[in-house]
Design a protein around this ligand. Sequence first.
Ligand code: NAD
Length: 321
Amino acid sequence: MSKILITGGAGFIGSNLTEHFLKAGHNVVVLDNFATGHLHNIQQHLENSNFTLIEGDIRNVEDCKQAVEGVDYVLHQAALGSVPRSIKDPQTSNEVNVTGFLNMLVAARDAGVKRFVYAASSSTYGDSESLPKVEDVIGKPLSPYAITKYVNELYADIFSKTYGLETIGLRYFNVFGRRQDPNGAYAAVIPLFVKQFLNHESPVINGAGDYSRDFTYIDNVIQMNALAITTTNPDAVNTVYNTAVGDRTTLNELVGYLKEFLSEYDAEIANVEIIHGPNRQGDIPHSLASIAKAERLLGYKPTHVIREGLKEAVKWYKENL
Ligand code: NAD
């Protein structure tokens, strides 16, 4: 049994990691300030003696120090996501995603944690047009958010080299699944579209719908985090990995799948019209990961392709929205 700190554990990905590692018998500490996360995501663990909630902020050094006490592994998820949010308010994104990240690295180093695994991002590929994306070929960042996530990788690398802190960065590609928030100005496309379909409202696709993404179901992300913690391969640490499926789906295909699965619950949804708006500034046309590095060094094998993941996610939203 290990003690695992999950920052951002009240959020979408963090709460799924929390649930997984508690079920696996570990001791889990969550540090979250509820900026975008929710208590209801972790409510069911509050009575569990293996679970500790610290309501605090990664921008506060003392909160970080308290959270890492006696911790074996850190799974650092806390950040302000969303490219548009970072364009609107780059300073707050930087404070949380860069200063907060650095605070957590320092706290983890000083507490002697065994490994620091963190949420990196496919946005680090920036304007690089090469497909599939391989970890060591990146372009220029296209947003303040992308800069923050790239800076995380640079700091993690320096902490590995300078202080011997083991780090692993997981570049998540468009993650989706249970508990991803459909509400708010910066909601991700899948939960937003599901909510709109369930309300018989027309989703708006930015552009013609031919842009594509490597949509990644949450269970694949959980697997990558578990492998990042447990790997004993010395070549597998102090580096970054694409965390994806290795397949891409266009927005038009995505909407088609959602209609197909949601119509099983409500036949009317098949008739909901789709609206096309202008392309969004800074969006790259296509994103597709090579997962060869994770397969080779971590033994990663995705369990869910997009349709399988969407089917499960849609069922969850139908029961929980
Ligand atoms: P989320 O917004 O659901 O979760 C983020 C969590 O961090 C929330 O619970 C929030 O309250 C918490 N948080 C924010 N600021 C904080 C602060 N100052 N102190 C403490 N806690 C704070 O988002 P998510 O989709 O679960 O993303 C988790 C991580 O994965 C983030 O680092 C994000 O950048 C990264 N990521 C996500 C995706 C994706 O597709 N969801 C893709 C690439 C990278």
